[in-house]
Design a protein around this ligand. Structure first.
Ligand code: FES
Length: 60
């Protein structure tokens, strides 16, 4: 059976990968909901142009 447990993993490259995220609500600093998918990555390096999501800029 597939594991559906919501998981947050910090990758070696810096991004934070969220999987099985259907029941996770991502909020901005004002408490507003930010739409997400079942799997998304958050930026942890500060280089993204699509905050709070990782856009791959950590590779540069
Ligand atoms: S972690 Fe990927 S752009 Fe910051």
């Amino acid at each position: 059976m597939e594991n559906k447990t919501p998981t947050i993993q910090i990758s070696a490259t810096g991004k934070v990968v969220v999987t099985n995220a259907k029941q996770i609500t991502l909020l901005d600093a004002d408490g507003n909901t930010i739409p997400t998918r079942n799997r998304f990555s958050l930026c942890n390096c500060g280089k993204t142009q699509d905050a709070p999501f990782c856009d791959g800029a950590h590779k540069n």
